[in-house]
Design a protein around this ligand. Sequence first.
Ligand SMILES: [Zn+2]
Ligand SMILES: [Zn+2]
Length: 183
Amino acid sequence: MKPIHLIPLGGNGAGAAPGLDVLEHLAAALARIFRTPCRIRPDTFDLSFALDAGRNQYHSTAIIQKLERVVDPDVRVLGVTACDLYVPVLTFVFGEAQLEGACAVVSAARLHEEFYGMPRREDLLRQRLVKEAVHELGHTFGLRHCPDWRCVMASSHAVERLDVKGAEFCGKCRKTVFEDRYW
Ligand SMILES: [Zn+2]
Ligand SMILES: [Zn+2]
């Protein structure tokens, strides 16, 4: 399996990339779950090109297209940002991925308890970010949404749904990820 590279992505003053401690926790979790090396890249780029000033959100598809241009073909890359993401048909997304591709992006913007007016919960933020990252990377292995609500590939457009599912793949999804293909 290709190694995973995390690229921290900050916005134009509107939000920074998540802190290094959060990124390091995420990298360790991804390495364990996907059984492949995962590292945080020192290079980054500014997200202002993807900003929709009217929505004050960043277009996730544009970010993925840019990731695709900067990435080496022998790695899988995950952009990690604290900026709020959107696609035009939805009010927001937690993340987006290329189905059977090499690139994905996730946002921590709506994974913080503070976003919902609740007290800060660092543990919950870390768990949610891992689940969302595993989910988006799962799409890069060709996985679609899974009917098993415990599986990390279950669809979850609200943090309550993220919190009830696990960070791991169900047996069927795991088989797809670890089956010997070009990934
Ligand atoms: Zn999904
Ligand atoms: Zn599944």
